[in-house]
Write a protein that binds this ligand. Sequence first.
Ligand SMILES: *[C@@H]1O[C@H](CO)[C@@H](O)[C@H](O)[C@H]1NC(C)=O
Ligand SMILES: *[C@@H]1O[C@H](CO)[C@@H](O)[C@H](O)[C@H]1NC(C)=O
Ligand SMILES: *[C@@H]1O[C@H](CO)[C@@H](O)[C@H](O)[C@H]1NC(C)=O
Ligand SMILES: *[C@@H]1O[C@H](CO)[C@@H](O)[C@H](O)[C@H]1NC(C)=O
Ligand SMILES: *[C@@H]1O[C@H](CO)[C@@H](O)[C@H](O)[C@H]1NC(C)=O
Ligand SMILES: *[C@@H]1O[C@H](CO)[C@@H](O)[C@H](O)[C@H]1NC(C)=O
Length: 642
Amino acid sequence: MGLWLCALVLVLRGLWLQPSAAAPSFSIDYTGNSFLKDGVKFRYISGSIHYFRIPPAYWKDRLLKMYMSGLNAVQIYIPWNYHEPSPGVYNFDGDRNLEGFLDLAAQFDLLVILRPGPYICAEWEMGGLPSWLLANPNITLRTSDPDFLQAVDKWLSVLLPKIKPHLYINGGNIISVQVRPAQTKVENEYGSYYACDYDYLRHLVAVFRSYLGKKVVLFTTDGTKESELQCGTLNGLYTTVDFGPDENVTEAFEKQRIHEPNGPLVNSEYYTGWLDYWGELHSTKSAAEVARGLEKMLELGANVNMYMFQGGTNFGYWSGADYNNGIYNPITTSYDYDAPLSEAGDPTDKLYAIRTVIGKFQVLPAGPMPPPTPKFAYGYVSLPQCVALLDILGILSPSLPFYSSFPATFEALKQPSGFMLYRTFLPHDIQEPVVLSAPEDGIHDLAYILLNGVYKGTLERNRVNGINISGQLGDTLDLLVESMGHINFGANGSDFKGLVKNLTLGSNIVTDWLIYPLGIDKTVSHSWPPVAPLCHGTGPAFYTGFFTTLGIAQDSFVKFPGWNKGQIWINGFNLGRFWPARGPQQTLFVPGSLFSSSTINTVVVLELQNAPEKPRLLFLDRPLLNGTQTSTHKNQIKATPI
Ligand SMILES: *[C@@H]1O[C@H](CO)[C@@H](O)[C@H](O)[C@H]1NC(C)=O
Ligand SMILES: *[C@@H]1O[C@H](CO)[C@@H](O)[C@H](O)[C@H]1NC(C)=O
Ligand SMILES: *[C@@H]1O[C@H](CO)[C@@H](O)[C@H](O)[C@H]1NC(C)=O
Ligand SMILES: *[C@@H]1O[C@H](CO)[C@@H](O)[C@H](O)[C@H]1NC(C)=O
Ligand SMILES: *[C@@H]1O[C@H](CO)[C@@H](O)[C@H](O)[C@H]1NC(C)=O
Ligand SMILES: *[C@@H]1O[C@H](CO)[C@@H](O)[C@H](O)[C@H]1NC(C)=O
């Protein structure tokens, strides 16, 4: 199209789309207890969806299904650490194309309720905060600590100008924006407690207003406990609540009414299901119960966002961890959430039950719900090539190791996630076994122990603190340390990774470490397979296999028969952590978009403990999310994922 024609089309589009002179508006009507959209009473029925947990090839499909379910809005988080991988380096392309996602939602007439953080929780690595913030060990996250605010302000100065044109009042589809308060620890004579950091909240509000303007609706979301609600309330912010199907709807909204006597009723997170932790029971929530609660809220005229409408997947190293009562609880790779759309994006009975309820209150879109996407059971794929991790250390960590008398953290060495190797040498002969021991909570989060390259066992945060060692002077002692995700919830924000305390061997502190940050993902996606001697089957090692999909590139689920714990890549894409020995998740979702239908596919598995005698994977056409649980502790922790 010639330039002049483009210009003409733009002018005409402008004229046709906005025939009346009135600018789009979205506001709160305190007398009508409602939202007003372009001056007309408006109620949203929304669902949460996280673009960062869904391959971009499927964004359109999922949004279409949400639209066909009768929703008129979606609620999304923005994870800061996904878009600013290192300080000052920004990524908004491909699977991080936030604006592309907003535009796709607009194509389906879906409005957007935006939750830009900077802290999001979301069971996501460090609740969305970049772990590089912890390179400054003194920083106090989520407070008005000047070091933290400086990083926040710089990020928001990049993000919010991108958001501004997408506001509904500016012709886009974002109707409201959440501001998230923070709690800080206060010490007093009665002990310590957590209180609201109003300075932090006020600061965020001022920054949001300065970039987004005075008119946009800003809101807070909190649980229905009075202490939580008090933290969220501040003049100029609309207070909303979150609660699940177990709570009494009338009573929950009465809590909101204490703080907002007038204005729309809003449940910002109505829980359709729940998350899973490694080693604990698989969570589900009955469709009938979810539908019943939804109907009650809609009868009251309330606005509802369902969390989640589709959960998706914590690919790579992105799953977070909760930390409550002194126990570290990492979250599974699947974020299926027992949501109305499954992890693979398929409509469930819960979706149909919800749609039926919505149909009682408003006209559903005409036409059928798109059917489930086809799945394919590719069957067994064998992984005949094996190399020990230690044998390719020079490739995984090409620079000289970092020497330190005492252990340094991942953050100090700029390792954002994944793995680092800590190496030392036995300082004397050890005839009778002595215990290599970490203080409680000294290992963040797992350490695979090797002596002269032979795997000896695993230490685990809050669970296994010691292992017996014997050997000779000068023997190589390696600890491959794995981050299972920075804590995303709970008061303790600064979750450094690696060996965070000194280890002892017998009664002596272990000193003189060579520390190797590992760039495993870069190696697997750029120069695989490496040339190295064959390996012997126990301890951390990479297993590689090749296969064709015979022209079929469909979604699948990969099972790990006889494997224990590790990480898997398909054609260089990091699918996530597997841990069938711990459960409950037994299969990982494999998006068909990862397969090449014309060339050979490469699958790489990093097994950290013991591989099966016959190293192979099994690709199924359905997920297994409820397998064995072998929890080593009895605490069943339920945190609130707000
Ligand atoms: C952190 O605080 C300690 C103690 O106040 C100080 O010695 C150190 O220099 C600080 N580190 C940074 C990076 O600011
Ligand atoms: C919910 O609470 C209200 C007010 O306390 C009460 O009247 C009603 O019976 C409760 N509903 C249920 C289902 O328990
Ligand atoms: C180390 O070995 C001793 C003697 O066999 C045993 O009593 C102890 O429980 C072992 N400790 C660990 C941490 O395995
Ligand atoms: C936070 O974590 C650090 C390091 O694990 C620990 O020393 C501290 O006691 C924790 N604080 C709270 C409040 O749990
Ligand atoms: C390890 O011990 C040394 C010497 O006591 C001490 O200076 C250092 O801070 C300790 N390191 C950690 C991570 O606790
Ligand atoms: C998961 O499996 C356990 C053990 O077989 C069973 O008791 C439980 O009901 C299952 N849970 C779900 C949600 O299917």
